[in-house]
Design a protein around this ligand. Structure first.
Ligand SMILES: Cc1cc2nc3c(=O)[nH]c(=O)nc-3n(C[C@H](O)[C@H](O)[C@H](O)COP(=O)(O)OP(=O)(O)OC[C@H]3O[C@@H](n4cnc5c(N)ncnc54)[C@H](O)[C@@H]3O)c2cc1C
Length: 333
């Protein structure tokens, strides 16, 4: 393997089976794997190009933010998703004043259930984070060393730096320009094949029909990237592997370790084991009386059991309820 670092692929010619590199070089391929990931979505309001508006994507971004945090006191975080809230937890631990702006009505609303949003709202408030829900930032104004934030056209507050965690955009432009099917990501099947039989794709840049979600999804997770990469490699080598893993994800905020198994969108019933007050509980989600996922806080054994159950069987709500005391054994039956 010859790594070509600091080398951007700028075009794919599927007829000639070549890729063009920045700088003019062209490489031939027999099979091509696209693993271009995502880039941060940037704030596009007035004043958002200020150097004190930070994003986190790379190690360099994190180091720059860490260094900056040593010099400032007031941190405004835009976006109450996983990235924004993990930054909020870390900056509170550093003793900074932290405000989180979330445009929607609840935290992490794109991914977690209302019950879990409520748990995280309490957790962040208890830890001293000021949460501004339903506020959309429309202007950042610089006054000396202070950033004035405007939300919903009103001056909202002043801060020293802004950290924006407002999502990611799939790097699918070279695939689109090459005529591959894309839908806010490169569309792949369960063998990670694109619409060209000689081109596979894997990871954050892809969109796939996920059997656990019952729809096309673009997953941004290490699990998805690693598992799809194995399948994509198998496909390129003529193997038969298919991508059918239960999706899972984690997030660490303060002393709450969240582990998510499955995709709970469209659930019609749920079951809770343990109590949020004890900082250890799981919520199990069901659709048409079948387990579709679980969110676990400081409850790794339930998380692992759910992943196993969803891989091997269809489990009803009654079955989960009856086996709550020993889900691991139920998973192994
Ligand atoms: C702050 C943050 C926290 C996260 N936390 C978690 C977490 O707790 N758990 C979890 O499961 N996931 C987490 N993720 C998501 C996880 O990092 C991604 O799912 C994973 O990195 C995806 O891997 P990938 O290889 O698909 O894409 P990437 O890691 O984005 O890699 C894509 C690479 O392709 C390169 N590239 C793009 N276009 C071109 C081109 N044209 N030519 C050449 N090179 C190109 C990019 O420079 C990049 O290096 C987090 C992400 C962020 C940003």
């Amino acid at each position: 393997i010859e790594p070509l670092l600091r080398t951007k692929v700028i075009a794919i010619d599927r007829l000639a089976k070549t890729v063009s590199l920045e700088g003019g070089r062209t490489l031939n391929y027999t099979k091509l794997a696209l693993t271009t990931g995502t880039r941060v979505r940037r704030l596009d309001c007035e004043g958002a190009d200020n150097a004190q508006v930070h994003y986190i994507r790379s190690l360099d971004d994190s180091i720059a933010l860490k260094n900056k945090l040593a010099e400032v006191e007031r941190v405004a975080i835009i976006g109450g998703g996983f990235v924004g809230l993990e930054v909020a937890a870390v900056t509170r631990k550093l003793g900074k004043d932290v405000i989180v702006y979330e445009a929607e009505e609840r935290l992490m609303g794109r991914v977690v259930s209302a019950m879990l949003s409520e748990f995280y709202t309490d957790l962040h408030r208890k830890n001293g984070v000021s949460l501004h829900m339903g506020d959309r930032i429309d202007r950042v104004k610089v006054c000396d060393n202070t950033l004035e934030i405007y939300a919903n056209k009103q001056h909202s507050l002043d801060c020293d730096i802004i950290v924006a965690g407002i999502g990611a955009i799939a790097n699918d432009e070279i695939a689109l320009e090459a005529g591959l099917s894309c839908d806010r990501g490169i569309i792949v099947d369960n063998r990670c094949l694109t619409s060209d039989p000689d081109v596979v794709a894997a990871g954050d840049c892809t969109v796939h029909y996920n059997q656990f979600a019952g729809k096309l999804v673009r997953l941004e997770s290490v699990q998805n990237a690693v598992d799809q990469a194995k399948v994509a490699a198998s496909t390129m080598l003529g193997g038969e592997a298919v991508y059918d893993q239960v999706p899972w994800f984690w997030s660490d905020q303060y002393d709450a370790k969240l582990q998510i198994a499955g995709i709970n969108s469209g659930y019609d019933k749920y079951l809770t084991a343990g109590r949020p007050e004890d900082n250890k509980f799981s919520i199990f989600y069901f659709k048409d009386d079948s387990l579709i996922g679980a969110d676990s806080i400081n409850d790794p054994s339930s998380h692992m059991a759910v992943r196993k159950i969803m891989t091997t069987k269809i489990a009803s709500m009654v079955q989960i309820q009856e086996n709550l005391d020993d889900l691991r054994s139920f998973a192994q039956q």
